[in-house]
Design a protein around this ligand. Structure first.
Ligand code: IYR
Length: 223
């Protein structure tokens, strides 16, 4: 096996004073706490460059052995969006009519979801996140590591970037979703991970009344 010497460069990071740090951390938390998953997405056009910046932010995420095992397919084409909607609704119809357990259906009641997915056509962009089970470099199979963790992290970055741009998104998981691989003609090593419609919130957008867990429910310190 070939051995490559590691190369390191100095890294200063970004540095703040303690008060700046405190302020920034609080303000970022408050800003992120304004993010909501939105199903009522406007058809208003979003500049393509904004989407490019958002995707490239996602791609700064850490990944196993820095393999960046992801592809973000951005669909604006109305014919392809329609195909995706039709395929997703077909699966969701079956999910809501027998494939999902009673408990699951009950857990979703607060969200008012059903098998209709109009946002798949109204949203100006659908970002389809694919994970690469393995990589193909010049036709050669290369291993990837911690693929789900890596792509999950990148998708988190993506959602934060979408919110930062003043846009909204929905983390949609039609199931099964292999139809995305077919419709988008993705190679064998790419598997659909999440389908994320992105846009402005509709003027009459509503979100379910939910609260987030308190600090003592999600945070445990060992000091
Ligand atoms: N995929 C279905 C069902 C669904 C599942 C979960 I978990 C949600 O948080 C919301 C919906 C749908 O998209 O309707």
């Amino acid at each position: 096996m070939q051995h490559t010497e590691p190369k390191f460069a100095p890294y200063r990071g970004v540095r703040y004073t303690r008060p700046e740090m405190l302020n920034r951390s609080r303000e970022f938390y408050q800003y992120m706490d304004k993010r909501r998953t939105v199903r009522d997405i406007s058809d208003k056009a979003v500049p393509r460059e904004v989407i490019e910046n958002i995707v490239m932010t996602a791609s700064t995420s850490p990944s196993g052995a820095h393999k960046q095992p992801w592809t973000f397919c951005v669909v604006a084409n109305p014919t392809i969006k329609k195909q995706i909607r039709e395929a997703a609704e077909k699966e969701e119809y079956l999910n809501y009519h027998g494939r999902m357990s009673e408990e699951w259906i009950e857990d979703l009641q607060a969200f008012g979801t059903d098998w209709h997915k109009p946002f798949l056509e109204t949203a100006p962009y659908l970002i389809v996140v694919f994970k690469k089970a393995y990589s193909l470099e010049g036709g050669e199979k290369k291993k990837n590591y911690y693929v789900n963790e890596s792509v999950g992290l990148a998708t988190g970055f993506l959602l934060a970037a979408i919110h930062n741009a003043g846009l909204v998104a929905l983390t949609h998981t039609p199931s099964p979703m292999n139809f995305l691989q077919e419709i988008l003609g993705r190679p064998e090593n790419e598997r659909p991970f999440l389908l994320i419609p992105v846009g402005y919130p509709a003027d009459d957008a509503k979100v379910p009344c939910l609260s987030r867990k308190e600090k003592d429910e999600v945070l445990v310190f060992y000091e």
